[in-house]
Design a protein around this ligand. Structure first.
Ligand code: PMP
Length: 455
């Protein structure tokens, strides 16, 4: 009976917005949830989104169900946006993509996939990480442990700690990495550090699992923000990548994202170069087609059996694309009883914007504008803190962090003082969303931070 159900605790991030709404003070400021606001602190719908929606109306698009894997045009452009259309993993059809319910739903799907096909494998997550990661893996019954990431002493990356924890994890673990603009710290590895991270992951036979929720939002460049993922892909590694369009296209409520799986066989590339593949191309196509036909009743064990029993076919085929078909079929099988098929509206918006060169360029300009506003606010907050704080504390870490957030270093009690005394709402780990801050409010926020920090 329902009498026995206890009250659930409020969500640490979305609960902040609930508390904000209940506050009647005019000075109140919501820096809890990561959503972009204008300088007037109003929500923002991108012009390119409105244009894409107008196009959709003009075309009179219908509302029929999508296939389980989502909108084909969306899946194509989203993988291309992530890897670059010319990337060999795209050209060689190594990527299996299915549309997901934004970043969260895509991560959840991947978690269910891990639970089903890699029983007992653990996911390593950064300490700290976005609060929902732990919920997602807990609910999917995937064991997780943490690797060191944030060093409070330097307010920077604990790179040695990170590397040694990844090294110490059992072989074949999944390593969850934030593709760019790490949430909540705003601290990303340098390109050299990414190289070293991929070295250890490769040595240990781990599987990298990227969460890309801020492509284009960290630096303002879509390509630069995908460079971590592309580095791993270029090394021929198998990868999982969850994508979200909540932030970079402002499609928070449309729930649009994807899960991509890069399938790779260590010697696949070499094999294709070595053999004259005229005959094998036909054969490959035939195998891919037949696998696609029966894939719904197959599973990965059957696929492995087939590989081991068919050395000739194995030699001549692009097995990565076969693998992709199988993986995709299993992701669909997981999605079907969860939500049947994904929503179409956001998928069409993305397909229209990314797939149309003019809209795509406009989007890039709008994203640069948004990223630029956040950078200006970051600078102003730093200037205000430095000017007002007479203690000599070095606030330059704020400028080094990137993306939507700043990790202020405020502890739980100090964060509570920010809210109770100053009506500034933030998560209890001291994270503030600069996307919800205006230039006009920087001085007030600096007063609140200094007061809470020193008292
Ligand atoms: N991952 C990270 C690191 C995030 O910060 C977010 C959004 N806050 C998400 C995933 C997912 O967001 P959504 O489900 O809205 O795409």
């Amino acid at each position: 009976r329902f009498e026995g159900i206890a009250m659930a605790p409020p969500d640490p991030i979305l609960g902040v917005s609930e508390a904000f709404r209940a506050d009647t003070d005019v000075k109140k400021l919501n820096l809890g949830v990561g959503a972009y606001r204008t300088e007037e602190l109003q929500p923002y719908v991108l012009d390119v989104v409105k244009k894409a929606e107008n196009l959709m109306l003009e075309r009179g698009e219908n509302k029929e169900y999508l296939p389980i894997e989502g909108l084909a045009a969306f899946n194509k452009v989203t993988a291309e946006l992530l890897f670059g259309a010319d990337n060999p993993v795209i050209k060689q059809q190594k990527v299996a993509t299915i549309q997901g319910l934004s970043g969260t739903g895509s991560l959840r799907l991947a978690a269910a996939f891990i639970e089903r096909y890699f029983p007992g494998a653990q996911v390593l997550i950064s300490s700290p990480t976005w609060g929902n990661h732990k919920n997602i893996f807990n609910d999917a019954r995937v064991p997780w442990s943490e690797y060191r990431y944030y060093d409070p002493k330097t307010v920077g990356l604990d790179f040695e700690g990170m590397i040694s924890d990844i090294k110490a994890a059992p072989e074949g673990s999944f390593v969850l990495l934030h593709g760019c603009a790490h949430n909540p710290t705003g601290i990303d590895p340098t390109p050299e550090q990414w190289e070293k991270i991929s070295d250890v992951i490769q040595e240990k036979n781990h599987i990298p699992f990227f969460d890309v929720a801020y492509q284009g939002f960290a630096s303002g460049s879509l390509d630069a923000d995908a460079s971590s993922v592309r580095l791993f892909a270029a090394r021929g590694m198998e990868l999982l990548i969850a994508q979200s369009y909540s932030k970079n296209l402002g499609l928070y409520a449309e729930r649009i994202g994807a899960i991509n799986v890069v399938c790779s066989t260590a010697d696949a590339a070499a094999r294709c170069e070595d053999i004259d593949c005229t005959l094998s191309r036909d054969m490959e196509e035939m195998v891919v087609k037949s696998v696609r036909l029966v894939s719904d009743v197959w599973n990965i064990t059957h696929y492995l059996l087939l590989i081991s029993w068919c050395p000739l076919v194995n030699l001549c085929c692009n097995w990565d694309s076969v693998k992709g078909v199988l993986v995709k079929s299993q992701l669909k099988r997981i999605a079907r009883p969860m939500y049947s098929n994904p929503p179409v509206h956001g998928a069409r918006i993305v397909a229209n914007v990314v797939g149309d060169p003019a809209l795509f360029n406009e989007w890039k300009a709008e994203m640069e504008m948004m990223a630029g506003r956040i950078k200006n606010v970051r600078q102003k907050l730093f200037d205000s803190l430095s000017a007002k704080d007479k203690s000599g504390k070095d606030w330059s870490f704020i400028l080094k962090q990137i993306g939507m957030f700043s990790f202020t270093g405020l502890n739980k009690t100090q964060s509570e003082s920010m809210t109770n005394k100053w009506h500034v709402y933030l998560t209890k780990d001291g994270r503030i969303s600069l996307a919800g801050l205006s230039l006009a409010k920087c001085e007030y926020l600096a007063d609140a931070i200094i007061d809470s920090y020193h008292n």
